[in-house]
Write a protein that binds this ligand. Sequence first.
Ligand SMILES: Cc1ncc(COP(=O)(O)O)c(C=O)c1O
Length: 505
Amino acid sequence: MTAERNAASTPSHSEQPTAPYLEAVAAYGLRGSTRFHVPGHKGGGGADPGLRSALGHAALLLDVPQDIDGIDIGPSPTPYERAERLAADAYGASRCWFLTNGASQGNHALCLALAGDGRHVLVQRNSHASVIDGLVLAGGLPRFVAPEYDPELGMAHGVTPQALEQALAQGEPCTAAFIVSPTYYGMAADIAGCAEVAHRAGVPLVVDSAWGAHFGFHASLPASPLELGADVMLASTHKIVGSLTQSAMLLVGHTERVDIGAISRAVRLVRSTSPSALLMASLDAARRQLAVHGELLLDRTIRAAARAREAIERIPGCAIVGEQLVGRPGIAGWDPLRIVIDVRGTGLLGYQVAAALRASYDIHLELATHATVVLVLGIGQPVEPLDRVAHDLAESLKRIAPAAGLAGPPAGHSVLSEPPTSPGSEPAIAPRAAFLGASEAVPVQAAVGRISTESIAGYPPGVPTLLPGELVTAEVVDYLRALVAAGARLHGAADPSFRTLRVLA
Ligand SMILES: Cc1ncc(COP(=O)(O)O)c(C=O)c1O
């Protein structure tokens, strides 16, 4: 892998229908070479027969290691280099790195590259846990900026440019701004506005677009963050675009605000020396499908989703949350590949509705909260299940509503209120110091006034209430207890029942 920009010899658009890495791996995997190299299953011949039957022989033949001549070594550009360059080109980026440990790996690498020891960085409060983990690795100091919050639905949206500007103007200068767009619910932030504000403050804008790898590939979708002025974006390609689970991309725009060499070094540091060829080949293939057929596939999915939304809206008690929110603070666009259903009118909790769909129709959803259920679609979503989902939902509701004995909005809406956080926009000590320090588990009441070594976010609403290095307050403890009592899950808590909390010893 070279440290230069992939665009040094930009491939022409006519190369997008090729998938050079996939093709090279398949050619080597299937040609019957004698393998005196790892992995030890030797293309499946030495594998457990059960694994061979489960995965199929072809998957094992293609499970090849790094450093195979004609795949990722040999005359440059190798098929691997060409594949990353094609991905960069498809996104209008100057550089792409294939990631084999998800967008999580991307956040770790970006923190190492942009938020090293003692540097201050601006971080959206409800960033993915991997950003805080990245700061633990890197030693950077977060200054948090709150997302807009909808207490009715218990839903966090994006940050506004105004909030970003204010946070950047406080305290020590920041070296980068990390924001998230779109949200888990498909709401996109005003990236152009945020980029303008960040650039005025002299910092690069990093957009975690884990959920937006398809943005920019259809007129009904928001543009991609790079197109809107972001310097760096992460795409969790597996989530919606259809590469294999755990594969993702880190993309840098045509910008001088970040050091490509530093990012390259950091990506290498948090990557195995044996990255999976299957994952990387799936990224190459997913890029090809998105660049070549994405518009058409997305068109079909978007139309089918619109039909499903209309039918769901007709179900008593169900309301679609989506396009009508665009224009509210923190929401500049939305993703039609998410179907978010507000089920409060049914008198049921989102968890109950999700369980009923599972029990009656073996339908599994991406997310259920108190107020909502969320369906995530893929770019080439099979249409038939989408066309029947409203029927299945209506039937499931008929079956459980009488049994649940509920009428009107369900109890437990206190959990939808905005989570309190530790006072101030910066933790009391660096997340790294808290994470690495000696810690002890104490009863939660005794934790008040101590420094948390844990990261805890309640679902809903998915906004971290406590992060490593933050002071534990009585308000935070009361809130998290109320969440557990109302049936919400505490992500990241060492004790999910929240009887004890780990604090610095
Ligand atoms: C905003 C955001 N960033 C990053 C990640 C991590 O992505 P991955 O699972 O690909 O590591 C997620 C996962 O859900 C996410 O929601």
